[in-house]
Design a binder for this molecule. Structure first.
Ligand SMILES: C=C(OP(=O)(O)O)C(=O)O
Length: 357
């Protein structure tokens, strides 16, 4: 697996998890709220504050959603038409440089998912990486266009099968190796049921299929289990929605993390990151003293005069073991040897006490 650079942060193998707070539509159309959320995201431990750049006519059909019945989706709870919701949530073009400026001021990476070619170009001077939302995984033309911008690409893979993923990865990877591939379950209902569909083990499949690609999780559940599991399975980038208040009206507030849960997620994730370690079995630095006081050395059960032979019963292993002590698994190398000086009961035996053959 490789390492890429997003702004001033290295992301990937051996690096700390990278947390993207998706502010999405949680600005509620108010730039000041967007600024406030950027500040809160930073304070809560996010590395990036992410937005979405779409224009309603270029992302959803005006008519397409009529007569679709009561589908089991987050959209079924919306009061307005899908088109209206997207229209309200779209970011005015002149926000982009202001959001970027605010992010710079606060010290957090500005990120966005552009949903049309013009938006890709519009945000280009302001972004160090591009996010592609799951819904665009089959739109190879825009994937290709984003990949050709030569900046890291984060591809979410919700609601898709492995052929979709391979097709999109191939499209990006042949021109841009700076890719983060994110497992995602695209269901925004915040239902507890969703956990059974998260399928974190897909990360294992991705690792096998794309060993050199950095993995991530874009997640819409509440709680930390998915994030911790993903990190344990090798995810280096975590994206979740972020709001100040889950009770606000709007399409994304309900299933977003808030400053308290976000901080908790980051703190627990960092504990896990450090706890995972490098996989080399060794006596760790913080165990060096414990290994002295808890391990056994061979001690003498009686006085032994110079020139006498040591028998097995003359030795018994007890704690501690000092630097020149002899561990119990070496007992057979000592039994039958002569000692070169008088030794006392309760002394520990050293190699230097033995007569060399
Ligand atoms: C919808 C998005 O992403 P995801 O598919 O990861 O939820 C997005 O980035 O706009």
């Amino acid at each position: 697996m490789s390492v890429i650079k997003i702004g001033n942060r290295f992301v990937g193998e051996g690096k700390k998890p990278y947390f993207i707070a998706d502010l999405a539509a949680n600005h509620d159309g108010d730039l000041k709220r967007a600024f406030m959320l950027i500040e809160l995201a930073k304070k809560s431990g996010a590395d990036a504050a992410k937005f979405q750049n779409f224009k309603a006519p270029k992302i959803v059909s005006k008519k397409g959603f009529s007569n679709m019945g009561n589908m089991n989706s987050h959209q079924s709870s919306w009061d307005k038409s899908v088109y209206e919701v997207y229209k309200d949530a779209s970011i005015p073009e002149d926000w982009t440089c202001k959001l970027k400026q605010k992010c710079d001021e606060v010290g957090i990476e500005y990120m966005t998912s552009p949903y049309d070619f013009e938006s890709v170009d519009l945000v280009s001077p302001y972004v160090n990486a591009y996010k592609i939302g799951s819904g665009d995984i089959t739109w190879l033309e825009i994937i290709n266009y984003i990949a050709s911008k030569n900046k890291p690409v984060l591809l979410a893979t919700g609601a898709s099968d492995i052929e979709d993923v391979e097709r999109a990865v191939k499209t990006i990877y042949h021109k841009n190796k700076n890719l983060v591939l994110m497992q995602c379950n695209t269901n925004y209902t915040a239902s507890a049921e969703n956990f059974k569909y998260i399928n974190l083990n897909v990360l294992k499949t991705y690792k096998e299929l794309f060993p050199n690609i950095i993995l991530g999780l874009s997640d819409h559940t509440l709680g930390h289990a998915t994030v911790l599991g993903a990190i344990a399975l090798g995810a280096k980038v975590i994206e979740k929605h972020f709001t100040d208040d889950n009770g606000r009206i709007g399409p994304d507030h309900k299933f977003s993390m808030n400053p308290v849960s976000w901080r908790e997620m980051v703190d627990r994730s960092m504990e896990l990151y450090y706890a995972l370690g490098d996989g080399n079995k060794k006596i760790e630095d913080n165990e060096k003293e414990t290994s002295i006081i808890q391990r056994r050395a061979l001690f003498l059960t009686r006085d032994i005069a110079k020139g006498s032979i040591i028998y097995k019963e003359d030795l018994f292993p007890v704690r501690p073991i000092k630097e020149d002590g002899i561990p119990p698994y070496k007992i057979d190398e000592i039994v039958g040897k002569k000692v070169n000086r008088d030794l006392k009961k309760d002394d520990y035996i050293k190699w230097g006490d033995l007569v060399n053959d």
